[in-house]
Design a protein around this ligand. Structure first.
Ligand code: NI
Length: 176
């Protein structure tokens, strides 16, 4: 297990479409352990395998209750392999996002408010959840990484994009 360097926007691997996991083996478990160490060391809300240089369809996320983010409900630690998202309704909402691959910046991004996701845990056990709000936002952000998309590409108005320290006081704080 190790904290791995996080690739930054501009790296070609972050623009690739990642490939599905075929084997739920020790190598996958080791990848997920490194992802978890890296996410927690950097205080991220989520991480996708391509961000540490592995082009596989694996994401993790976790939001613990944090006084810095009073508007954000906790999200349990989740490993999601080969995810599939199904929109529930077409309602969208705007929210501020950050990304460990776009350090220091925040942007206002529209996302679906409710969705169902399904996939597999690290042992290959299938599961699904129906979620909304910040949980739904985190999943959409992380799964976008698997399709080579970073959140600035989802923004509709680049005036709502800037450095976290400069935006302080203007935006609702959100974890990366
Ligand atoms: Ni990200």
């Amino acid at each position: 297990m190790a904290v791995r360097p996080v690739l930054k926007m501009g790296e070609p691997l972050l623009r690739q479409v990642a490939v599905p996991v075929q084997r739920f083996d020790a190598q996958l478990a080791a990848l997920v352990a490194d992802m978890s160490d890296t996410m927690r060391a950097l205080n991220g809300a989520g991480l996708a395998a391509p961000q540490i240089g592995v082009s596989l369809r694996v994401v993790i996320f976790e939001v613990t209750s944090n006084p810095r983010y009073p508007d954000v409900s906790p999200v349990p630690y989740t490993v999601l392999v080969n995810p599939e998202l199904t929109p529930l309704g077409d309602e969208q909402e705007d929210g501020w996002e950050g990304c460990l691959s776009v350090p220091g910046l925040r942007g206002l991004v529209p996302r679906l408010r409710r969705l169902r996701y399904r996939g597999y845990d690290v042992e290959g056990v299938p599961f699904e959840r129906t979620v909304e709000g910040f949980h739904a936002r985190v999943v959409q952000h992380e799964v976008d990484h698997l399709d080579g998309i970073l959140y600035p590409q989802r923004m509709l108005d680049l005036r709502n994009f800037g450095f976290e320290d400069a935006l302080r006081g203007q935006v609702r704080p959100m974890p990366d």
